[in-house]
Design a protein around this ligand. Structure first.
Ligand code: FAD
Ligand code: SIN
Length: 520
């Protein structure tokens, strides 16, 4: 085990981690910033974002309108002060994104080409075709590489946070302090210690807890589980957002998103026999918020015993579709679907976690020197349901806030801090891959079937017992085998699943994306 010392340790290289790193690097060129990321540097949910980033830029739009739309989507549970702050900071963050080289689409008039998505009263979503996230991820990474004081370590998997209890001579204060993280280097297979003054969790979401999800493979809830393990406050995990329109593929484990922006462009939902149905559920029809559209689809599927509904783009402007949605058209075409003639089969899938590690308006967690930002954090912006395209915005605004707080009065940590090695057993044998695969599949299926769009108290209780049982199995397996990424990801999936279930059991009133039949 090696000891590395750094001033800022950032775990994760999506929009939240990279935005934060760039801000710190610009202000403090003499401080060291280390980004550890568990896959290739670009692999993240950020990379797959399609619709774009919601920011008030149009003269017809107003902060008040975006604030109202966010509050309505959040169904009474947003923190109004945070909503106002995030919406109003949007244009400032946009300036930085543009300065760092991110491209968005413009109209021939020179104004931003703004998309429309569910729950928005105005076109306000800045985008780059239908691959906004890829554009953001690539541009931020390129910029990060220009800084000598940022080191980015791919295939480095954070296992656990280091806190005072891990000191060789522990001292105890009333508020626990974070001192860095234990990180598994996947190439050397060694667990190293990263001792850091500031630790930033920017680890993204938990979508992989479900067998059907839009999320990247990386979204296994690692940051939330690591924070929970050291008793950081975690909030609102019952609010899992399901995206209504994911491409239905009979035998595929991948879930390709069909952007809501397509419905904003006029695409309509139909049942398998060709009938419109959204008018029965909400006056905003296809552009109602995601919770409403997802539940409407589930209701139609259950009524009719169908496996999917259709998204119909056939009457839409061909050139507009080609220009704005080239990636979606390409994917459909590869599967033999010509969207100008064929309808797209779609179903809902797990998409976004509105809850997470509780933070204040500066991104500070309940643990000293531990910050959290992006999808893994619960800031109060989304309440019971996230408004479309507010997530990239939140990641940028909160990265800025974390930067401001963590660099005001910054002083590097004492260099002689002495931390215990990671408690590794002496066993060399890894857990059987079949155990990991089967257990992972089991957790994901249990969650999809019992803790999905529509829940029931009785089922939640049963599935909780099953997953607790599985969690104990995982702990036993960990004691008997050498550590590797797969078993820790499985541990984190099980912790995230239990948090979602426990918080669901505590909620006794339906709000936003949370829907329990017993309270309907
Ligand atoms: P991510 O971008 O997910 O990055 C997390 C990072 O942490 C990754 O680099 C990962 O490898 C790393 N990591 C995780 N665990 C560890 C660990 N243990 N050790 C080391 N590294 C670790 N939002 C919008 O606002 N607009 C959109 O149009 C939009 N479209 C979307 C489309 C899709 C298909 C998906 C899945 C999401 C979409 N979202 C959208 C949501 C949005 O993309 C995400 O919420 C946001 O990008 C999250 O950013 P992040 O930086 O918090 O996390
Ligand atoms: C989409 O493009 O439909 C996804 C937007 C989001 O999740 O905010």
């Amino acid at each position: 085990m090696n000891d590395f010392k750094t001033d800022f340790l950032i775990i994760g290289s999506g929009i939240a981690g990279l935005y934060y790193a760039l801000c710190v690097a610009e202000k403090l060129p003499n401080k060291n910033i280390t980004i550890v990321t568990k896959n290739s540097a670009s692999e993240s949910n950020t990379k797959y974002a399609q619709g774009g980033i919601a920011i008030v830029t149009d003269k017809e739009d107003a902060f008040e309108k975006h604030i109202k739309d966010t509050l309505v989507a959040g169904d009474g549970l947003c923190n109004k002060e945070i909503v106002q702050m995030v919406v109003k900071q949007g244009p400032k963050c946009l300036k930085k994104l543009l300065r760092w080289g991110i491209d968005f689409d413009f109209k021939s008039s020179g104004e931003f080409d703004l998309g429309l998505e569910g729950g928005h009263s105005m076109n306000r979503v800045l985008h780059y075709k239908d691959i906004t996230g890829l554009q953001i991820e690539k541009s931020l990474l390129k910029r990060v590489e220009e800084y000598d004081n940022i080191k980015i370590l791919s295939n480095n998997f954070a296992i656990d946070l280091i806190t005072e209890k891990d000191l060789k001579n522990p001292f105890y204060s009333t508020q626990q302090t974070c001192l860095g993280a234990y990180v598994l280097d996947e190439e050397s297979k060694k667990v190293n210690k990263y001792i850091s003054t500031i630790t930033m969790l920017a680890t993204g979401g938990v979508g992989q807890v479900y067998s059907k999800t839009t999320n990247s493979q990386i979204a296994t809830g690692d940051g939330i589980a690591m924070a929970y393990k050291v008793n950081a406050k975690v909030k609102d995990m019952e609010f899992v957002q399901f995206h209504p329109t994911v491409l239905y593929e009979e035998d595929s484990s991948s879930s390709f998103l069909i952007s809501e922006a397509l419905r904003g462009f006029g695409a309509k939902l139909r049942t398998a026999d060709g009938n419109f149905f959204m008018y029965k559920y909400n006056a905003r029809e296809e552009l109602a918020s995601r919770d409403i559209v997802s539940r409407a689809i589930v209701s139609e599927l259950n009524l009719r015993g169908d496996k999917f509904v259709f998204l119909d783009c056939r009457s839409l402007d061909k050139n507009g579709l080609k220009e704005k949605f080239p990636n979606i058209l390409k994917k459909c075409f590869e599967l033999g679907l010509d969207v100008f003639k064929d309808m797209i089969p779609v179903v809902p899938a797990a998409h976004y976690i509105c809850g997470g590690i509780a933070v204040n308006k500066w991104g500070q967690t309940s643990i000293k020197n531990l910050y959290a930002c992006g999808e893994c954090a619960q800031t109060g912006l989304h309440g019971a349901n996230r408004l479309a395209s507010n997530s990239l915005l939140e990641g940028a605004v909160f990265a800025e806030k974390c930067f401001l707080k963590s660099t005001s009065f910054f002083q590097s940590m004492s260099p002689d801090l002495c931390v215990n090695d990671w408690k590794e057993n002496s066993i060399k044998k890894f857990s059987n891959p079949d155990f990991i695969q089967n257990t992972t599949d089991n957790v994901r299926t249990l969650m999809w079937e019992n803790v999905g769009i529509i829940r029931e108290e009785y089922q939640l209780g049963i599935v909780r017992r099953k997953i607790l049982f599985i969690y104990r199995d995982i702990e036993d397996e960990m004691k008997k085998h050498a550590v590797n990424r797969e078993i820790i990801e499985l541990r984190n999936l099980a912790i995230s699943a239990l948090l979602i279930i426990n918080h669901s059991l505590k909620r006794k009133i339906n709000k936003g994306v949370f829907y329990n039949l017993d309270y309907a």
